[in-house]
Design a protein around this ligand. Structure first.
Ligand code: 13P
Length: 248
């Protein structure tokens, strides 16, 4: 039985004042069946950990460098995130794949750096609109999954997030059939490669998840939760998503 996961990705949003929203998520996060994670900007990780004290809300980073330390100005290592109190890190978000030319091999190396620091890697994959419209979705998702997930992935150290690029921040959501097709495909691939560990890995859907569509998305097979951008910035919205997931 996989535990559900409601994960928020604040992206490049949030100053210290935003932590009142995280504090207002504590009551909704006190569920029995659902893990709650907020991935803040790196500058807020340590303060978010303090703000989450006394709750079950986990705090994560949004990226880490593949190397443990060194001459990489502006980058952040897995050890630094762990030292600041993070327990998760997003790797391979499509915005980083596009903005920073991250390849599957780089994402796999970053995910290994996460494991080395006892961080759970939330590995993101997903097709562009062109790839969807030309019928390449499963090919693209399969290639990204295989190339971005390290050999040492387990149910405990890895979460997969399926985020169709065209659904991120657009208000456009795939049909429930399309979500189910990709999630079932990801599960099959994970089980083929990792056996029981592949069965244990959580697979999240991400892309324009809102309180208004959360319940129907969480009813789709092999959807173990969501990776939420815009709707994770406000406690009212994210709390409704947590509650919908817990009830699914
Ligand atoms: P939105 O929920 O804002 O579409 O963002 C999704 C996302 O990219 C989460 O990582």
């Amino acid at each position: 039985m996989r535990r559900k996961l409601a994960a928020g990705n604040w992206k490049m949003n949030g100053l210290a004042a935003q932590l009142t929203e995280l504090e207002a998520m504590k009551p909704a996060a006190a569920t029995q069946q659902t893990d709650v994670l907020i991935c803040t900007p790196a500058t807020l990780v340590s303060r978010a950990v303090d703000a989450a004290a006394g709750s079950t809300i986990a705090v994560g980073g949004q990226d880490c460098h593949a190397n443990a330390s060194g001459a990489h100005t502006g980058d952040i290592s897995g050890a630094m995130l762990a030292d600041a109190g993070a327990t998760y890190v997003i790797t391979g978000h499509s915005e980083r794949r596009v903005d920073h030319a991250e390849t599957d091999a780089i994402v796999a190396a970053k995910s290994e750096a996460a494991y080395a620091n006892d961080l759970v890697a939330v590995i993101c994959i997903g097709e562009s609109l062109d790839e969807r419209e030309s019928g390449k979705t499963l090919d693209v998702v399969g290639t990204q999954l295989a190339g971005s997930t390290p050999a040492g992935a387990t149910g405990a150290n890895t979460v997969i997030a399926y985020e169709p690029v065209w659904a991120i921040g657009t208000g456009k959501v795939p049909t429930l059939e399309q979500i189910g097709e990709v999630h079932d495909f990801i599960r099959t691939q994970l089980v083929e490669r990792f056996g029981a560990e592949g069965e244990a890995m959580r697979v999240l859907y991400g892309g324009s998840v809102k309180p208004s569509n959360a319940t129907e998305i969480f009813a789709v097979s092999n959807v173990d939760g969501a990776l939420v951008g815009g709707a994770s910035l406000k406690a009212d919205d994210f709390n409704a998503i947590i509650t919908a997931l817990d009830a699914a």
